[in-house]
Ligand binder design. Structure first.
Ligand code: SF4
Length: 324
């Protein structure tokens, strides 16, 4: 930019709600509280939430991230399970080894685990709508014996699925899916299996639903949309897809300001910004700051709804006051 020339104006529509959900706040606070109570190190199985900035900042405070329990030594350092939940075999193995465990699984993921268990006890064959390999899906499938849950990732999978008994079926879903895609898959299942039993209240969580709703309002009226979030964050990826489908010509996932490819934003006069449920607001601010260095920003918030959800910390952490 030529020094002295006025900055071009950029209208920024900030989606609300965006960023941290109650499950992510609880998971991060669980690690921080555990560090305060037990001292460093505390072990965390899998990224506590899918965000590198969050993981790196907890690492500097003394958290050690591992993928498997076999990487945790047999000592009194606690091991925390991430917000995505874990298969039953994991706490069982930890108990066999007398490890101190703290479960930061989001209560809304635990709710899906309990639903699957109830269906299993009622001898229903269970369909899980979700993405293969995502830790939440691995954790949900791992609540029950192998073969109890059939994974459906798409309408094609739903059309191909052959149950043992079409009249004794149930479905549950991953919490971070596209609301619209999932509705289509559920519709296909219900058309084929009218007696399939579903959740009393949607499994897709309030945070996923609300963030997608805000994006749907903004995407059709901007030239580009930035989703602040990590590539391995399911709900961030879904926000990008929702923006594209709602008519936004360019939707990009960005983790940090340094990653912005400025050529993506040439000619853009109206920009939407949102953030996945695992992305901290400080990263939204960093990215806004990078735009403010190049443009005169005219910022407006577009709100889909207000959120007031709060989850208390896991019980063992509630019962201790942090050490001074
Ligand atoms: S995105 Fe939803 S299910 Fe996942 S941690 Fe947040 S509130 Fe819980």
């Amino acid at each position: 930019m030529v020094t002295g020339s006025p900055k071009p104006t950029l209208k920024v529509l900030l989606c609300s709600p965006r960023g941290f959900c109650a499950g992510v706040v609880r998971a991060i606070e669980s690690v921080e509280r555990a560090l305060a109570i037990y001292g460093a190190p505390v072990y965390v199985r899998h990224e506590i939430v899918h965000n590198r900035y969050v993981v790196d900042s907890l690492r500097t405070k003394g958290a050690i991230f591992v993928e498997e329990l076999s990487e945790v030594p047999d000592n009194k350092a606690p091991v925390i399970f991430s917000a995505h939940g874990v298969a039953r075999a994991i706490p069982e193995e930890a108990a066999r080894r007398n490890l101190v465990t703290l479960d930061a699984t989001c209560p809304l993921v635990t709710k899906v685990h309990r639903e699957a268990e109830i269906h299993f006890r009622r001898r229903r064959e269970i369909v899980l709508i979700g993405h293969a390999g995502h830790p939440e899906v691995v954790g949900t499938m791992g609540q029950l014996p192998a073969g109890s849950i059939f994974l459906v990732e798409s309408i094609e999978d739903a059309e191909k699925f052959t149950p043992r008994d079409a009249n004794n079926l149930a479905y549950v879903t991953q919490t971070t899916l596209s609301v619209d895609d999932t509705a289509e898959i559920v519709e296909a299942l219900k058309r084929r299996f009218p007696n399939i039993v579903g959740p009393h209240k949607e499994d897709i969580c309030y945070a996923t639903t609300n963030r997608q709703e805000a994006v749907k309002r903004v995407a059709p009226i901007v030239d580009a949309m930035i989703v602040v979030g990590a590539p391995n964050s399911s709900n961030s990826q879904r926000l990008k897809e929702v923006a594209e489908r709602a008519g936004c010509p360019r939707a990009v996932l960005v983790q940090r300001a340094a990653e912005i490819n400025w050529s993506d934003f040439e000619g853009v006069t109206r920009l939407g910004i949102t953030a996945g449920a695992s992305a901290p607001e400080v990263l939204v601010e960093e990215i806004m700051g990078a735009f403010a260095a190049r443009y005169a920003l005219d910022v407006e918030t577009v709100s889909a709804t207000e959120e007031g959800v709060f989850f208390p910390l896991p019980r063992p952490l509630r019962e201790h006051e942090p050490a001074e």
